[in-house]
Ligand binder design. Structure first.
Ligand code: BEZ
Length: 382
C-alpha cells in the first residue's frame, strides 16, 4: 500500500502542451482512379463528424495528413511507411481496396500503429491478421454477401453466374455468396472474372447471355460498377436475367447509372431510406457540407470518426493511454446512420445486413437479410 501511495504521489503529470498538440490522423485513401469518389466520401464523412464536434474529439484537436493510394497494392507498403515514419501520424484511417488494406494491416502490426479500416472488406484483417489496434467500421467481404445466398434461393433462383474483378474483394465476396447459396440448395454454374480495374465487360456479358442462368450475382464498385450496370442493360440482359450483387454495385453510383440501375437488388449494411433519426440528420448534414447525397462510404468515414471519438473520450484526449482508448473502442456501441453497430473480438462490426432494390433513384430498403450479422473471424486469436 505504501508503495502504491508514493507512486501516486510522485506521478508525473501529463504536460498540458502534449494535450494541446493535435492528434495526427493519416488518411490513406484512393483520391484517384476507379475508387476516387469512394475515397473522397470517406474523407468527407470523417471530417463532417469532427466538424460537428467543433474540430476536437474527447477534447483533443484533430489534424489530417492525406496520401493517395491509387488503389495500388504495389505501392501500399511504401505509402503506409511514409505516414507512420516521416509523417509521424498517431493513427491511420484507410482504405477502400482489399489488396492495399492487406499491406496496410501488415505495416500496422509491425509498427504497432492503430488502424481504422473505413471500407476494405479483406476477411483476413479481422481474421488471421486481427490485432487489438486494428478496427473496421465497414464490413467483411463475407459478411455482406453470405446472406444474399438465401435471399436469391428464396426468390426462386437455382442456377446463378457470379462475376467480379479478380482480386481479394471479388474472390471473397463471390465465395461468400456461393457459400450461402449452396447451403440453401442453389448452384453457381460459372464464375466470370477480369483483372482489377479493367472494364471491358463485353465478352463476359456475351458469355452470360449464352449460359442463360436464372440470375447473376456481381461485385463491382465505383466507376467500374457504373459501367457494368450500364453495359448489362445495353445488352438487354436486365430484361431477361435479374441482376443482383453486393450493395457496392449501386451505392453512390445511381446518379451515373440512371434508369439502367432500376430493379437491381443488392445486400449491404445500409439503405438510403433507413428510417432512423441519425440517418436523416447525417444525410442532410452531408448534403449541406458537400452538395451531394451521402452513401455507404460517407457513412463508414463518419463512423470511423465516431469510433475514434469513443477512444479519445475514454482518456480525455490522451492518446498515450492507448490501451485504455483501444479497449473503449472495442466496447463501443455506435448509433450509426446504418443502425446500431458494435464490434466483435476481432474489431469487425456486428450489424444488420439489408436487402435493397433500386427504385426512385435510390437504394430502397426491402427487408432485413441478416439481423446483427457477425463475421466468424476465422483464424483470429485475440
Ligand atoms: C474492397 O476492395 O474491399 C472493396 C472495394 C470497393 C467496395 C467494396 C469493397
Amino acid at each position: 500500500a505504501g508503495l502504491a501511495t508514493s507512486a501516486a504521489a510522485f506521478h508525473f503529470p501529463t504536460p498540458s502542451i502534449a494535450q494541446g498538440a493535435p492528434l495526427r490522423v493519416g488518411f490513406m485513401l484512393p483520391y484517384s482512379g476507379t475508387f476516387a469518389k469512394l475515397g473522397k466520401f470517406i474523407d468527407d464523412g470523417f471530417r463532417l463528424y469532427v466538424e460537428q464536434q467543433g474540430g476536437s474529439l474527447g477534447g483533443r484537436r484533430i489534424e489530417f495528413v492525406q496520401v493517395d493510394d491509387e488503389s495500388k497494392p504495389e505501392t501500399a507498403t511504401d505509402n503506409m511507411n511514409r505516414l507512420v515514419g516521416r509523417e509521424k501520424v498517431d493513427l491511420v484511417v484507410g482504405t477502400v481496396h482489399s489488396g492495399v488494406a492487406m499491406a496496410m494491416v501488415k505495416v500496422a502490426r509491425d509498427t504497432n500503429t492503430p488502424l481504422i479500416i473505413p471500407n476494405a472488406g479483406a476477411n483476413e484483417a479481422t481474421g488471421p491478421m486481427c490485432a487489438p489496434h486494428i478496427f473496421r467500421t465497414s464490413f467483411s467481404n463475407w459478411q455482406v454477401c453470405q446472406p444474399m445466398g438465401k435471399v436469391m434461393f428464396d426468390a426462386g433462383h437455382r442456377n446463378v453466374v457470379t462475376i467480379s474483378w479478380r482480386y481479394a474483394a471479388g474472390d471473397q465476396m463471390t465465395d461468400a455468396f456461393k457459400e450461402g447459396f449452396t447451403k440453401a440448395g442453389g448452384k453457381v454454374v460459372d464464375h466470370l472474372a477480369l483483372p482489377f480495374p479493367e472494364v471491358e465487360f463485353q465478352a463476359l456479358i456475351t458469355r452470360i447471355a449464352t449460359l442463360k442462368p436464372d440470375a447473376v450475382f456481381a461485385f463491382f464498385a465505383g466507376g467500374g460498377a457504373v459501367k457494368f450496370v450500364k453495359d448489362y442493360a445495353a445488352a438487354g440482359l436486365n430484361k431477361s436475367i435479374p441482376l443482383y450483387g453486393a450493395g457496392f454495385l449501386t451505392d453512390g453510383t445511381i446518379p451515373a447509372q440512371g434508369a439502367d440501375a432500376n430493379g437491381v437488388k443488392t445486400t449491404l449494411h445500409y439503405a438510403d431510406d433507413l428510417d432512423n433519426p441519425v440517418n436523416k440528420a447525417f444525410l442532410s448534414a452531408f448534403k449541406a457540407k458537400t452538395g451531394e447525397d451521402g452513401d455507404i462510404y460517407a457513412v463508414q468515414g463518419y463512423d470511423a470518426a465516431a469510433l475514434l471519438a469513443e477512444g479519445l473520450k475514454a482518456t480525455k484526449g490522451d492518446w498515450s493511454a492507448r490501451a485504455q482508448a483501444l479497449a473503449a473502442m472495442r466496447a463501443a456501441k455506435i448509433d450509426s446512420p446504418r443502425g446500431p453497430m458494435s464490434f466483435n473480438r476481432a474489431g469487425n462490426p456486428v450489424q444488420d445486413v439489408y436487402l435493397r432494390e433500386v427504385r426512385n433513384g435510390r437504394n430502397e430498403l426491402v427487408s432485413i437479410a441478416g439481423k446483427a450479422v457477425d463475421d466468424p473471424a476465422r483464424g483470429c486469436r485475440v
